[in-house]
Design a binder for this molecule. Structure first.
Ligand code: PLP
Length: 381
């Protein structure tokens, strides 16, 4: 049997989600469960739904599922589309590829715009691919596998007055990168709890426009558990049609309080932008390359760094410094590593993270420059 070894201090969880859960959120989750049909619960339900509307920047309904993000992906498709419907999806990376595979499995006709995993969704290519019978455009806002952020407002603008729905995955951008469901004309926003919202995995979301709600009335893909209609109806009274994930909702209430009331969403975005900038300064200081190629698409929630043999680097860093970094996914396996700098995170945590990466790089035999020094110089400004 493997002997357990105590590792003092905190593990550095610097994967791009799930992220570190603040102590206050953990303590909020650690409270007695209440009756999910009772009056106290209704208050909790109404509060979190209201807060989620603010995070998504929408006046419309936000549907919450006790599910990981993949569930909310499926919900976005089955509520709005019918078998054989034509949809456009852009190959931004591993997650866009998975979402496309799901759409294909569900019987949709996916027009796949191939990409190099170093760029976001191209608004002009999407516009050119739109046909009269295109029913939806699917875009991953922040591609967690590559650290590339697509320009959603530009995608919507390029779609002009075409009637297609815009479905956007914000699983690794919500509550860390500027995002505006209503203003940008998004029809379904897909979110998850385990990244910017600083919660464990287990809740996911659909913010729904009036047009998407309308589409759901005639959409024919089979759906039952994911059906928005009974959920939106029960939500009017702060309840759900099934057993709620009550303790995760306690955590969500606390996280919303931290993000919206105590730090403020604009400051949350600015903090993420600052940490991303300092991280990129470190990468350049090491003499390495950021995977994202377009200056307009650099992610604020994670940075993917090009490095052949990155699995060995991650192994060394975990073993020596007790820090987890994100692996290269899909076709990028062993070719990049990903530094998560989102969620409950501050300057010194970033300094420690980058220090661990720099030491790991040198231990792995890479002759890198002083990236940490470059990052600290940014952080002390
Ligand atoms: N979309 C993106 C952008 C993601 O980063 C992830 C997971 O990391 C998913 C979808 C899938 O979500 P989940 O693993 O919570 O089901």
């Amino acid at each position: 049997m493997k002997r357990l070894v105590y590792r003092p201090g905190r593990h550095f969880l610097q994967i791009p989600g799930p992220t570190n859960v603040p102590d206050r959120v953990l303590r909020a989750i650690d409270a007695p469960t209440i009756d999910h049909r009772g009056p106290d619960f209704a208050q909790l339900g109404l509060e979190v739904l209201d807060g989620l509307r603010s995070v998504c920047r929408t006046q419309g309904p936000v549907v919450v599922y006790p599910a990981s993000g993949t569930g909310a992906w499926e919900a976005a498709l089955v509520n709005t589309l019918s078998p054989g419907d034509k949809v456009i999806a852009s190959e931004t990376g591993h997650f866009a590829t998975l979402w496309r595979a799901m759409a294909t499995k569900l019987g949709l006709d996916v027009v796949w715009l191939e990409g190099d995993w170093r760029h976001g969704a191209d608004p002009e290519r999407i516009a050119a691919a739109l046909e009269p019978d295109t029913r939806a455009v699917m875009v991953v806002h922040n591609e967690t596998s590559t650290g590339v952020t697509s320009r959603i407002a530009d995608v919507r603008a390029a779609m002009g007055d075409h009637d297609a729905l815009l479905l956007v995955d914000t699983i690794s951008s919500l509550a860390s990168i500027d995002y505006r469901h209503d203003e940008w004309g998004v029809d379904v926003t897909v979110g998850g709890s385990q990244k910017g919202l600083m919660l464990p995995a287990g809740l996911s979301f659909n913010a729904v426009s009036a047009k998407a709600l309308d589409a759901s009335k005639t959409a024919k893909l089979p759906r039952s558990y994911w059906d928005w209609t009974p959920i939106v109806a029960a939500n009017a009274n702060g309840q759900w049609p099934y057993t709620s994930a009550t303790n995760l909702l306690y955590g969500l209430r606390e996280a919303l309080q931290l993000l919206l009331e105590e730090e403020g969403l604009e400051n949350v975005f600015a903090r993420h932008a600052r940490h991303a900038e300092a991280t990129r300064a470190a990468v350049h200081g090491w003499g390495l390359e950021v995977l994202a190629l377009d200056e307009r698409e650099l992610s604020n929630s994670l940075t993917a760094v090009v490095l052949d043999g990155s699995d060995e680097l991650r192994r060394i860093i975990l073993e020596r410094f007790d820090m987890s970094l994100g692996a290269g996914l899909g076709k990028l396996q062993d070719q990049i590593f990903r530094i998560g700098h989102l969620g409950d995170f501050n300057d010194l945590m970033l300094a420690g993270t980058l220090g661990g990466v720099q030491m790991g790089l040198r231990l792995a035999g890479h002759d890198v420059g002083d990236g940490v020094g470059a990052a600290l110089e940014r952080l002390q400004r």
